[in-house]
Design a protein around this ligand. Structure first.
Ligand SMILES: C[S@@+](CC[C@H](N)C(=O)[O-])C[C@H]1O[C@@H](n2cnc3c(N)ncnc32)[C@H](O)[C@@H]1O
Length: 224
C-alpha cells in the first residue's frame, strides 16, 4: 500500500471527523456502525476469501518494531470493529453452496467465528495454519502462527479439485499483513472451477474478483 493513501483510506472509511493526527480517534464514542464499505458486487461466489482489518481498539495497524517500516506510518490501514464488519452483507454475494476462508489474528479468533456465523456461514474447521518461520513477542508464548478458518454455507461446492492439500503452510512473512500466496494457490487447486472473490484485497489476483478499499482506489484511478 502506498504511504500517501493510508490516511486517505482512513478518512474515507471512518469519516474525516473521526481522524486525528493520523490516528483513528480512539475516544470517539459509538464507533459501531460508522465504518464505510465500498459496494459489494451483485454476483455470487462459491469461494469467498477474506482478510478483515481487525480492530485494535481504534489504532492504526503499523509494521511495528523490527520491520523495515519501523518508526513510520507506512503500510497502515483503517481497522474496523466487529459490529461494523457484521454490517457488511457478505451473505448477499455467497452462492447457496459456498465456502468462506477467513484469516484471523490469534487475539481475534473468537470474533472471527462470530463474524463468519453473522455472515450466514456455519463454522467448519481450520483450513490453514501459517507458520511464519520466525517468532514475534507475545504476552503468553512467542507468536509464530496465524490461522485461516473455513466456514460453509449449504454444501461444499462441487465439482471439487484437489482433495489432499495440506493444512500447514511454512512461509516467511512478507510486507505487513500480507498473507502467503500459497494459501490462495491451495484454494485454487481445491476449487478450480468455482467463482472466487477476495475481500479486503490489496491487489487483483488472476482468476479472482477483488474487493476492498485499495481496489476502490484502483477503480478511481482507472476512471480519472
Ligand atoms: C489485513 S489487510 C489485507 C491484506 C491482504 N490480505 C494481503 O495479503 O495483502 C486489510 C485490508 O482491508 C482494507 N480495509 C480497511 N477498511 C476497509 C473498509 N472499510 N472497506 C474495505 N476495505 C477496508 C485495508 O485497506 C487493507 O487493505
Amino acid at each position: 500500500m502506498r504511504d500517501a493513501t493510508a490516511s486517505e483510506q482512513l478518512t474515507w472509511a471512518l469519516g474525516a471527523e473521526r481522524v486525528a493526527n493520523g490516528r483513528a480517534a480512539a475516544d470517539t464514542p459509538a464507533r459501531s456502525g460508522a465504518a464505510r464499505f465500498p459496494p459489494l458486487p451483485s454476483e455470487t461466489y462459491a469461494v469467498i476469501y477474506a482478510d478483515p482489518p481487525w480492530d485494535y481498539k481504534g489504532q492504526l495497524q503499523h509494521a511495528g518494531p523490527g520491520s523495515a517500516d519501523t518508526g513510520g506510518a507506512a503500510r497502515h490501514y483503517p481497522t474496523t470493529t466487529l459490529d461494523d464488519l457484521k454490517r457488511l452483507d457478505v451473505g448477499s454475494i455467497a452462492a447457496p453452496d459456498s465456502l468462506l476462508f477467513m484469516w484471523a489474528t490469534n487475539p481475534h479468533l473468537d470474533q472471527a467465528i462470530d463474524l463468519g456465523k453473522a455472515w450466514g456461514f456455519a463454522w467448519a474447521t481450520v483450513a490453514f495454519v501459517w507458520d511464519k518461520a520466525r517468532v514475534n513477542p507475545g504476552f503468553y508464548t512467542l507468536s509464530q502462527c496465524e490461522l485461516c478458518l473455513v466456514f460453509k454455507r449449504g454444501r461444499i461446492p462441487h465439482p471439487r479439485g484437489s482433495r489432499n492439500e495440506r493444512q500447514l503452510i511454512t512461509a516467511r512473512r512478507g510486507p505487513h499483513s500480507a498473507k502467503p500466496e500459497e494459501a490462495r494457490r491451495r484454494i485454487e487447486r481445491m476449487f478450480p472451477q468455482q467463482a472466487k472473490i477476495e475481500l479486503f484485497a490489496r491487489r487483483r489476483a488472476p482468476g479472482w474478483e477483488a474487493w476492498g478499499l485499495e481496489m476502490l482506489e484502483e477503480e478511481e484511478e482507472a476512471i480519472a
